[in-house]
Design a protein around this ligand. Sequence first.
Ligand code: NAD
Length: 480
Amino acid sequence: MCNPLDRETSPAVIDALFADQAARALALRRSTVAERRAKLGRLLDALMARREAFAAAFAKDLGKPAVEVDLTELLPVVDEIRHAQRHLKRWMRPHRAAPTLMTLGTSARIVYQPRGRCLIIGPWNYPVSTLVGPLVSALAAGNAVILKPSEFTPNVNAVIGQLVAEVFEPAEVAMVEGAVETSTHLLSLPFDHVFFTGSPAVGQVVMAAAAKHLTSVTLELGGKSPVVVDQSADLRHAAEHVMWGKFVNAGQTCVAPDHLYVHRSVMEAFVAQCRTVLAERFGSDDAAVAASPSLGRMIHARHAQRVGALVDEAVAQGARVLAGGAHDAEKRYVAPTLLAEVPDAARIAQEEIFGPVLPIAAFDALDEVIARINAAPKPLALYLWSRDGAAAEKQRTETSSGSFCVNLCVMQFAHGNLPFGGVNHSGIGNAHGVFGFKAFSHERAVLKGGPLSALKLLFPPYTEGKAKLSRMLLTMLRRL
Ligand code: NAD
């Protein structure tokens, strides 16, 4: 059977692929470091050979500048592959586990075994790094995989589909396409692991479906990631980074700063820096910004209309536009926009914005900001710009989020030695590097008994002597 490349893969084809992958998944349990490395190498070559095809596809699907395609889609996956190739031998090596007092006389190991048949469901905002990125971890861990990209990136999907068909047999890796019905059908199958990247609302649907088969899940979700800029911050540095993290991919980034708290004493100066940076990068009037080749577009008109409406509603409720504000749903365009005085009741203050709009609020005391962060669902990321070590430590210990960055944003996604993931509402489990390898592996406990085991001294019948011995052991263990 060849890889299906039609836009809506039928349930019958999906069932056949799933059945075909069963035997391969068992065989892959025996795959060696060298075999997995070679597979990753072929994936790397096929990706690099399609650099131009990806640039063209991203221009169509997301109006995305080619440099951003390299930086945010290809580089992270290439880095993930090279990192896995370099460290796979160590990751796959069984770990010895020393015996505890109860298990003296035994020998134990932790063995990383492939989970088996895995499903990876991706979103539309970074269709390569959120689909092929986890595929790298799944292959490193020795699994068979079905990939299901978002239905909103058909041009990028076509390139990934060709690549997958070229590099893999469908019994090992196959890509299927479709929307909710396709996902729903896939989720009705007893996969060994589901790795889902998308919204918290759909994450709940995925977890509920997986529960039916007690399938393990990794959920990489989104949410409202706050930024704090305090009075000690290097304001130019903060503005340069936040204006990048917020507006790269037109704000459609899971770890993008969602909204910003700035100390009242530096609010004016910080906003001035942000405006300067925006003008330098995208132009100083509305027409220049709309024509900027460095600015991506919204995924579809409906999303552009939604983000535009969030801005208009906030303004109608009293928010002030500090920069931008223009939007045109038909052109899938929303200008980089800064807002102030957004009321708490406005929809933009409640929902993940997921577009190029940044509400900025002034604060007087860090405690006030920490209380607001703790009152909301735990975010995927929390960012602080500060030169005050004590303030950073306070914010780190008194809040919770998937990741916490000081004087940097978004780049935690690119750090192969850090776990990438959320916490509760923003996600469950981790991706990247050894953490991705573990997500797609079962940590199997392997225990071997020896002739010196004391356990048999306590086998039935439970005589008075054995009761005495067990009491003695308890007293001894407690004291040791
Ligand atoms: P989405 O949840 O709408 O869709 C994600 C995937 O789920 C798509 O493949 C879609 O076809 C499928 N899907 C949609 N509805 C479904 C349903 N009812 N049942 C089963 N499957 C369904 O997300 P999106 O709009 O594509 O992406 C945006 C969201 O993804 C944002 O919340 C963003 O923060 C999040 N995200 C998170 C990360 C991360 O790594 N944590 C990365 C990128 C995006």
